[in-house]
Structures are given as C-alpha cells and as structure tokens.
Ligand binder design. Structure first.
Ligand code: GBH
Length: 480
C-alpha cells in the first residue's frame, strides 16, 4: 500500500517553487492616485471600441487598496511565491526623471506584507503599461513608445530606480513580460495598446524591447545584491506544422523565427537569427536598426528563463493567391506576424477554454523539452499557465471550476514529465491569482483561482484554489 501510495502522485523536486501571477494594470485600479500618470493601457481602454464592453482598468480588482487582504488570500492558497508587476507610471510618472516615493511605497508595503506571510515576491518590471508620455503627449513632442530607441534607455533608468528601492527585499526579478505581445499586438495587429498597425514599427518595437531587456539586466546587475536573480518572461509559441510537407515545415520555421527566436536569439544565442533577418528584410532595415554593441547588450546573461504557455500554434504554408483575394475584399490585414502575414493558422483539435484556445498540455511538454535542448544549462520556470472559463458562483456561493482543475492538473503533469525527462524547471506560476482585466476582452474572461464579483469586490476562492493549495502542500499532483 505504501509503495502504491508513493506512485499515486507525481512528486516535484524538493524546492520546486509554487506561485501565482498577476499584472499591475489588470488588478490594481487606483489609476490616478498617489502621483501615477496614465499608461498606454489607460489611453487605449478609454478609446471607444478597443476593449469589450468599454471596460477599463480604472478600478479593476481594487488591489491597490486591498493588497493586504489579497496577501491573506495568497496565504490560504499556500502560495510560496507571488509574481506581480510594477506599474512604470506609478514608480516613475511620465517615464522620466526621479522616482515617485508614494508609488514606490505601495510596492514596499506589498512586498513587506508578502515577506511577513512567508511568500517570496517576484517582481516584473514591465507588463505592458508604458507611460503614455513615452508614446505620445510629452510637451517637447518626443515619443514613439517602443518604436523609438530612447524608450529602451528610459527603461534602463527605470529599472535602476526600481532595483534601488526594492532590491533589499526582492530577490527574483523579471524584466519584460511577453515582449512579443508588446511589439506585435501593440504595433502590428493593434489589438493591444497603443493600437498601432504597421509591421515595420512592430519589428522596430521588438528590437527596442530586446535592447530594453539588455539595459534593464545591466542596471539590475549593477544595483541588486549578488544573490538576486534576473529573468525574462516570454510567451514562446509551440509551433507545429500542419503536415510534414516542406512548405508547411517552412511556415513553422518562419513563425518560430518571428514568434520566438527574434527574442531568444539575441537574448540567449548570441544574436538575431539569419533566417529571421532574411524573412523580414523587405519590412525593416535591420542594418539601420541594430547598432554595434546592441546584440552584446541584449545577450547579457540571465539566471532563469520564464515561459508563459497557454496553447500551441498549428501552421501551414500560405495559400497561393490568398493575400490578393484578401485585399480585393477590402479586409484589413493587420497581422502580428511581420514578413509572414500569409502563413495560415489552424485551431489545434480538442476542447477549448473560454478564450477559444485549445487545451493541449503536450504543447507545454514539447516546449519545455525543446527549450531545454536549445539552451542547456539555463534554468526554466513556468511564469504563467492557466485558463479562462465562464465561472459563476452557484446559489450556495461556491464556484466549482472543475474544468480549471482539469486544465491545471494536466498541465502540471506535463511539467512533471518534462522534469522527469531532464528539463530544469524550477517553478510554476498559475495565471492568475484573481479574475482580472483581461486586456482587450475586459472583465468577461475569468482566469482566476479566486473569483471576483466586480460590483462588490467580493473574493471567493474557487474549487481550483483549494485543489491548487493541496498540490502545493504535497509538492505533487495526483496521477491522471
Ligand atoms: C498572457 O498573455 C498575459 O501575460 C496575461 O497578462 C494575460 O492575462 C494572460 O496571458 C491571458 O491572456 O493566435 O498565435 O497570436 C497571453 C497572450 C495568448 C498571446 C495566446 C498569443 C495566441 C497566439 N497570448 N495568443 S496567436
């Protein structure tokens, strides 16, 4: 009986770090308090037709005022770590000049509360809320956001301010969250702030985000104590060709290049991949964009790679004549894939979440194994994984989100299998602690382990929160 009990659960390595994640604009609210200035997401969400139902982050989960009770909730979940982001325009209004003491105080209080509760704080410097004045609106007319190199320099200065203020109590930092989304959804497809739609600008943004990561890494290294760790969180796409046809394999290579290797190349492999530069040379002048020393700066060593995973991508070769037909119908063709806008995407088979994303834990396993092989010796963590479902409390006030439990269970089993097969995965952060502002989808999509009733701000831990607490307590999940 003892032996079978031991194999009835999948045990994670000792020290495996269990956490949950959030982001500033998605939960904090208090957008005009204590000196915070607008970010591009304030502007975007207040622009008609950009966010479902006209939702904004003005109040969100009111976490700015409720952080103490939210940390208590985290304790009830048994969280060992909490990944949150700093709001740049709270810490450094307008993105220039000195730090805002009141903004920093909020994060000091939050971090102290976490440490008192025995929860390790994990701080992300940038989860998409660029100070609006760096995009447009500065009195001197400067701006351009991530399309301008200056923004990367500003980001390095901001990183130094943040590390200076919090480095004595935050030991794990991530620079950027999902720069793919910032560059290609922000400046390519335009579904995220600042809502621009130009493939050349999107590639410029990608390079400047890479440079920002390099500048921030240098600033953090110079400011933080020696034991502190520096990471970046990438939404790496697990790209699968629809068939083994060479044309489909080439489509997969192209999406891997502009979806993944555009970041992992310079950050981890010595520079931009030649095939990416060739695929996009008609879109942007890379020689003018990349200055001497940039790739070395972007490649500053990091201690851990954060991977955010939701669903795989299945792609096939462009359909001959499809692009012309598309334009003939007058459809707008704002693609988040510069140079490869004509590649076809297919929904992978299987059940989907409320986002319409296919539930496929094998994508997470394959991704972890592929990254381990490409970057041996680099510790990994899942910095986001989770699912939206249309959770609602029943008459007794309970939220029975068994679909989320099943999602988490299967994805944790995939992580376990990757670890067993040699992947150096150090931790797992559930997205998300709370239901929150799901960007262009507003409050309709609920990713939380804790339900939020936005009318009352009542928090109700869902069944998945109790399941997750048990997994954390046992450092394991049941066998499927
Ligand atoms: C994350 O973004 C964010 O970090 C987080 O703030 C957010 O709330 C959470 O996930 C849930 O959305 O069709 O090929 O373009 C994830 C964003 C989701 C972007 C999957 C790419 C499909 C790729 N990614 N999405 S594609």
């Amino acid at each position: 009986a003892t032996a079978s009990a031991a194999v009835d659960r999948l045990h994670f390595p000792p020290g495996f770090l269990w956490g949950a994640a959030t982001a500033a604009y998605q939960i904090e609210g208090a957008v005009a308090e204590d000196g915070r200035t607008p970010s591009i997401w304030d502007t975007f969400s207040h622009t008609p037709d950009k966010v479902a139902n006209g939702d904004t982050g003005d109040i969100a989960c009111d976490h700015y005022h409720r952080y103490r009770t939210d940390v208590t909730l985290m304790s009830h979940l048994g969280l060992q770590a909490y990944r949150f982001s700093l709001s740049w325009p709270r810490v450094q209004p307008g993105g220039r000049g000195p730090a805002n003491p009141a903004g920093l105080d909020f994060y000091r209080r939050l971090v102290d509360e976490l440490l008192d509760a025995g929860i390790q704080p994990v701080a992300t410097l940038y989860h998409w809320d660029l100070p609006q004045e760096l995009e447009t609106g500065h009195p001197d007319g400067s701006g351009g956001g991530w399309t301008e190199r200056e923004t990367a320099e500003r980001f390095g200065e901001y990183a130094a301010l943040a590390a200076d203020a919090l480095g004595d109590r935050v030991a794990l930092w991530t620079t950027l969250n999902e720069p793919w989304c910032s560059a290609f959804l922000g400046y390519g497809s335009g579904v995220h702030a600042p809502g621009r739609t130009d493939p050349a600008l999107a590639l410029r943004a990608a390079h400047h985000l890479n440079l920002a990561h390099g500048r921030a890494t240098a600033a953090l290294r110079a400011t933080l104590p020696a034991h502190a760790q520096i990471a970046v969180s990438l939404n790496l796409h697990q790209v699968r060709p629809l068939t083994a046809d060479p044309a489909d394999l080439d489509a997969a290579r192209r999406i891997d290049a502009v979806g993944n290797r555009i970041f992992t190349g310079p950050m981890l492999s010595g520079g931009y991949p030649a095939d990416l530069l060739a695929d996009t040379e008609h879109v942007v002048d890379w020689n003018a964009l990349i200055r001497p020393g940039d790739e070395a700066a972007i490649g500053a060593p990091i201690d851990l790679l954060g991977i955010n995973y939701y669903t795989p991508a299945v792609v096939s070769a462009p359909t001959p004549g499809a692009a012309a037909a598309h334009h003939a119908h007058g459809e707008s063709a704002h693609s988040p894939w510069p140079g490869s806008a004509d590649v076809n995407f297919h929904a992978p088979p299987g059940d989907t979440t409320d986002m319409g994303w296919t539930i496929d834990p094998t994508g997470l396993y394959d991704l972890l194994m592929a990254v381990s092989r490409s970057h041996p010796g680099l510790p990994l963590a899942i910095t986001e994984n989770g699912a939206a479902f249309p959770d609602a409390p029943t008459a007794d006030g309970q939220v029975r989100d068994h679909d989320r439990i099943d999602y988490l269970h299967r994805h944790l089993a995939a992580v376990h299998q990757a670890v067993a097969d040699g992947a150096d995965v150090r931790g797992y952060f559930l997205w998300s602690l709370l239901d929150n502002f799901e960007w262009a989808y507003g409050y309709d999509k609920r990713f939380g382990a804790v339900h939020v009733d936005y009318a009352t701000q009542l928090r109700t831990p869902k069944a998945s929160a109790r399941w997750y607490a048990r997994a954390i307590g046992a450092n394991s999940v049941p066998h499927l």
